[in-house]
Design a protein around this ligand. Structure first.
Ligand SMILES: NC(=O)c1ccc[n+]([C@@H]2O[C@H](COP(=O)([O-])OP(=O)(O)OC[C@H]3O[C@@H](n4cnc5c(N)ncnc54)[C@H](O)[C@@H]3O)[C@@H](O)[C@H]2O)c1
Length: 588
């Protein structure tokens, strides 16, 4: 029995319920929402009105359309008020008993053909379905937050769902302008099963004092292009909802990565539920306000003296990119390569990159010429004698890098700072190859350095405060955002990113989703600029494999062990874009 949907009901008008009402009413449907009591009903209506007013203020909606939208929404405190709906969503808190009761009660008041949809993020839909007399007419219809903005709906069918019901729900989602990705009924579906272990790891990282709140968020925004950092995202999701989602994932998967972090529990107990209560990881100007009131201003670090001449070791993409960034910011650079040919290649890459910037009107022609003139080259470490800072950017090999640090220690002034761009080795191993471990630091630039704003500034147990401050201040003079962290595998970005990529490979390997569906879910549900498989193919499967291995070696957690499928693809030579084939085929 397919259903013509005219009127829609929503139970619970909190963060998600209010967004669902707005999206549905915007498409011209009549919507009625049910809340627990009159106070919650008023709060729900105000939440919708605030959001619609924001849309008008931002010019996304004109006043007439806003009035029309609000005119489509009515409310009640009695579920019987949803009796004439063709489709009813539940968006009550993420507690299975509450959702089962809600569905059992809805089943009593709705007409027999009406469809029941749950917005659960992590609970088994089948458990709610069997609480009704119409398990065949129950689907999961998982919107993403904010429901008005995010394009994705995970459309979940259970073993009992009628295909025609799934089709009606799919058509309804399309009518709302959403993309429906089909999912089988298991905790977390696609997006949350990949997202929450990542959010949990970020919470743990923050709780351990590994990096500052703002730094963790900035690192993921600037390093991965995410619209929000993980801690700000948790505040948006609601820490109580996040806690319950983790709890449900943990119950199904018994995986430590899903277990809610103790800090989350403490926030929830204290009533710090995120934006909705005005306080979570951040404090907000008022409940429901997106404006952060307690932002820690980025320290200026102005007292630190700048570096004069800077040396760069290496002739690859990172080395030439870093030399370019420094020269564009007005610094003198000496670039050292192993052969004339390698140096010529690096200079050509640098020149081309500057020319590209000029052709895109991002750089004046004369500034490009001046920048190029500031880069000299050499075959000898001795030419680093006048440098205040030398950055090593050669192959990711401990022996090679250690030998270079030994050479640099001999060739440079005793007070020169020595930095490595390693993304997976221990900086302290390189410090140990010198007689000045207090002046050795990690400066992890991201690829391509000319474009990426982030630099992780990695201190070891031996690095002096002064050197860390000086390097952070210098990074700022390059127009980059320094993120300070300590010396352990993965630093901030790779530690959070690569296990997530690995989880995506596992998910595909288990047959739960195709790369295209999983990519769509993460792009449309979380606003990521690329899905995990698109990113894997760009980063390179061999590089991913090596980074996961180094994370696994350091932390010994099963989660970091590369997925078997990844290993097999590397062995087959399917390395991603660079080899013409990875998770996608680039041969055409
Ligand atoms: N917050 C997110 O980012 C997000 C994203 C997707 C899905 N979800 C899911 O959506 C659901 C709702 O989450 P939320 O974040 O909107 O929670 P919320 O706490 O913001 O809102 C829940 C609302 O339900 C109301 N409610 C509670 N019991 C009720 C009852 N018996 N009858 C009617 N109303 C009742 C509450 O008054 C509240 O307004 C959960 O299943 C959650 O997992 C949340």
């Amino acid at each position: 029995m397919s259903v013509e949907i005219n009127k829609v009901g929503v139970v619970g008008c909190g963060t998600m319920g209010s967004g669902i009402c707005e999206v549905v009413a915007r498409s011209g449907y009549d919507v009625v929402f049910a809340e627990m009591d009159e106070e919650a009903e008023r709060a729900g209506r105000e939440r919708i009105e605030r959001s619609v007013a924001r849309a008008v203020k931002r010019g996304k909606l004109d006043q007439g359309a806003a009035d029309d939208l609000l005119g489509h929404i009515s409310s009640t405190t009695d579920l019987a008020g949803l009796g004439d709906c063709d489709l009813a969503f539940e968006a009550v808190p993420e507690k299975l008993e509450l959702k089962k009761q809600t569905f059992a009660a809805l089943d009593q008041v709705l007409k027999p053909e009406a469809i029941l949809a749950t917005n659960t993020s992590s609970l088994p839909v089948i458990d709610m379905a069997v609480a009704t007399n119409r398990p065949d007419r129950v689907v999961g219809f998982h919107f993403f937050n904010p429901a008005t903005v995010m394009k994705l709906v995970e459309l979940v069918h259970t073993v009992a769902t009628d295909e025609k019901v799934v089709e009606s729900a799919k058509q309804f989602a399309l009518g709302l302008g959403k993309v429906a990705v089909p999912c089988r009924d298991r905790a977390g579906f696609i997006a949350n099963l990949l997202l929450f272990p990542y959010l949990n790891a970020a919470t743990r990282m923050y709780d351990q004092g590994y990096a500052l709140r703002e730094d963790i968020d900035a690192a993921m925004q600037l390093g991965c292009g995410h619209p929000m950092g993980p801690l700000a995202l948790l505040d948006l999701i609601g820490l109580d909802s996040a806690y319950e989602i983790c709890e449900a994932l943990w119950r199904q998967w018994r995986d430590y990565a899903d277990a809610p972090q103790p800090l989350l529990k403490q926030f929830v107990t204290a009533g710090y539920l995120g934006r909705k209560t005005g306080r979570g990881f951040y404090r907000y100007e008022s409940p429901e306000s997106p404006k952060i009131a307690d932002a820690i201003p980025e320290s200026e670090g102005a007292s630190a003296p700048d570096f004069g001449m800077v040396g760069v070791v290496g002739t690859g993409l990172m080395a030439s990119g870093i030399a370019e960034v420094i020269a564009k910011a007005g610094g003198e650079v000496v670039l050292r390569g192993r052969s004339e040919t390698a140096i010529d290649n690096a200079k050509t890459a640098l020149t081309k990159s500057l020319e590209r910037a000029v052709s895109k009107a991002k750089l004046e022609d004369t500034d490009a010429s001046l920048a190029l003139a500031r880069v000299s080259t050499t075959l000898d470490f001795e030419d680093f004698a006048e440098c205040d800072l030398v950055i090593e950017a050669v192959a990711e090999d401990l022996e090679v890098k250690s030998a270079i640090f030994g050479e640099l220690d001999d060739a440079t002034k005793p007070d020169a700072v020595l930095a490595t761009t390693t993304s997976s080795l221990s900086v302290v191993d390189l410090a140990a190859a010198t007689t000045r471990p207090d002046k050795v630091i990690g400066l992890h630039f991201f690829n391509p350095p000319a474009v990426m704003k982030l630099v992780e500034v990695v201190r070891t147990v031996a690095t002096s405060d002064h050197v860390e401050e000086r390097c952070s201040a210098w990074v700022r003079t390059l127009g980059k955002r320094p993120v300070r962290c300590r010396d352990r595998a993965g630093f901030v970005v790779n530690f959070l990113l690569f296990p997530y990529l690995n989880d995506a490979v596992h998910m595909h390997e288990e047959g739960y989703g195709t790369p295209a569906d999983i990519d769509a879910a993460m792009k449309l549900g979380c606003g990521h600029p690329m899905g995990p498989f698109e990113l894997l193919d760009i980063v390179g499967l061999d590089v991913t494999y090596a980074i996961l291995e180094s994370l696994h070696e350091e932390f010994r957690e099963r989660r970091y062990a590369p997925a078997p499928l990844l290993e097999h693809m590397v062995r087959a030579g399917y390395l991603g874009r660079k080899s013409g084939r990875g998770f996608y085929d680039y041969s055409e």
